[in-house]
Design a binder for this molecule. Structure first.
Ligand code: ZN
Ligand code: ZN
Length: 442
């Protein structure tokens, strides 16, 4: 009896101690959460101007390490990996770089860290070959993760080419199904590798070497695919990088409403610099020191827009543009970032450029006259426009501020109250603040 009572008491004490240990372990695991880290102090407040022209420390052919073995513990799941890499410091041999590929009017960024690689978007369908060649040139035979921010062709288009060269462990996209040739090719290559698409949730985190990525969007549901873009922030030491896909003001606001920590050193500007992205409230939270616009020269959308450019100028960022500088490589040593560009330009990067090519309309009312390429210089030399701008029938969406050709499949999905038939010139509609649809290219 007496002996049994003692044993019982000892057992209870041991149990209580064990429970206390478990509880403390659970709580300490949840502490380093980036989403809860809004109050964290970032020591980098002033950009260091002299860093920007610094040449890459490693020669170009040395950019890819020979092995892509994960460091110990990295693949063993969240519990053993601290969610925030050891308080703003990076390991000695570590490196981090982002290649913003010049893929014209599209997005593609290759993120490299400590022998790991991640691709965020893959350019247009016509960039498939380029994606393949770029990975081959840099000997990136394996991608930890492929991110397709949303399934539009200018983001998903060249992913098939990338996956034709490199294998991937995981694929993230805002949707798992989408009807387009580009998307089915993307899926085909994933399926061949036994990878299925994961639709991530805000708050999801994963590591890329000693860098950490966190998904910030999409949150909730949006009517337009752009506003369902995956938005993710990568943190490397004290530096951070925000990728916003084609997120427009709707998603920007939704993300702002979550109160997550948006502050980033470098911003990949949303929607190729479209006017409905990069709103002031969003920029104010990000407080970027640098911004990169992935955009095509002379694109028919008029991207980057005057509005987005002037907001970025007001924010005091140092701007980079693929249309004027080609492929842009950004490197971080964990404290400061530096940029190198494929081409030099003397142009004012904040200057909005008029389109210099007359777009060929899809639904002409009569045979269009000469629509050969016309340069800005040609136009400036003309005292009067040679031909009156033609008027066409367009369908406006008053909610999304997109305009479409009448035969665009999106028109069928549009609710009647948002729909407006407009007969006029393309430039008039753009001046009204509308942007061309990315499906029908009106
Ligand atoms: Zn898009
Ligand atoms: Zn896009």
């Amino acid at each position: 009896m007496r002996r049994g009572g003692w044993l019982g008491r000892i057992l209870i004490i041991v149990l209580v101690l064990f429970l206390m240990f478990c509880i403390s372990a659970v709580f300490s695991d949840h502490e380093p959460d980036l989403l809860e880290g809004q109050e964290r102090n970032y020591p980098w407040t002033q950009p260091e101007a002299e860093e920007e022209t610094v040449q890459p420390e490693r020669p170009a052919e040395d950019q890819t390490p020979d092995t892509i073995e994960p460091a110990e513990g990295e693949k063993s799941g969240d519990s053993s990996v601290p969610s925030v890499p050891a308080e703003d410091t990076v390991p000695e041999e570590s490196y981090f770089e982002i290649h913003f590929l010049n893929v014209g009017q599209a997005d593609a960024a290759l993120v490299l860290c400590d022998g790991h690689a991640m691709l965020i978007d893959g350019g247009n369908n016509s960039d498939s070959r380029k994606m393949y060649a770029y990975l081959e040139e840099h000997e990136i035979g394996h991608l930890d993760c492929v991110v397709c921010t949303h399934p539009h062709d200018d983001h998903a288009g060249g992913l098939a080419g990338a996956l034709n060269y490199a294998t991937a462990d995981a694929a993230l996209c805002s949707v798992s199904e989408y009807e387009s040739t580009a998307f089915s090719n993307f899926k085909k290559y994933l399926t061949e590798q036994g990878v299925s698409i994961t639709v991530p949730a805000a708050g999801d985190k994963f590591s890329l070497g000693s860098a950490e990525a966190v998904i910030l969007g999409p949150v909730g549901n949006a009517e337009i695919l752009n506003d369902m873009s995956i938005v993710l922030k990568i943190t490397y030491g004290e530096t951070s990088f925000l990728f916003t896909g084609d997120a427009e003001r709707g998603e920007e606001q939704a993300i702002l409403d979550t109160g997550c920590d948006l502050k980033s050193t470098v911003l990949k500007v949303g929607h190729h610099g479209g006017n409905s992205s990069t709103t002031y409230p969003f920029l104010r939270e990000i407080m970027p020191e640098y911004a990169v616009i992935s955009v095509g020269e002379n694109n028919t959308y008029g991207h980057p827009s005057e509005g987005a450019l002037s907001r970025l100028r007001d924010a005091g960022v140092e701007l980079y543009r693929t249309d004027l500088q080609g492929t842009i490589v950004c490197r971080s040593d964990g404290k400061t970032v530096s940029f190198t560009t494929e081409k030099k330009t003397t142009e004012d990067l904040f200057q909005h450029r008029e389109r210099t090519v007359t777009p060929v309309p899809i639904v002409p009312e009569e045979t269009p006259e000469n629509t050969d390429e016309e340069t800005a210089a040609d136009r400036e030399n003309q005292t009067e426009p040679a031909v009156e701008p033609r008027t066409y029938t367009y369908i406006l969406n008053k909610n999304t501020h997109k305009f479409h050709n009448p035969n665009c499949p999106s028109v069928g999905q549009m609710s009647e109250k948002n729909k407006e038939v407009y007969v006029g010139t393309r430039d008039e509609i753009i001046a009204m603040g509308y942007e061309p649809c990315e499906r029908c290219y009106p």
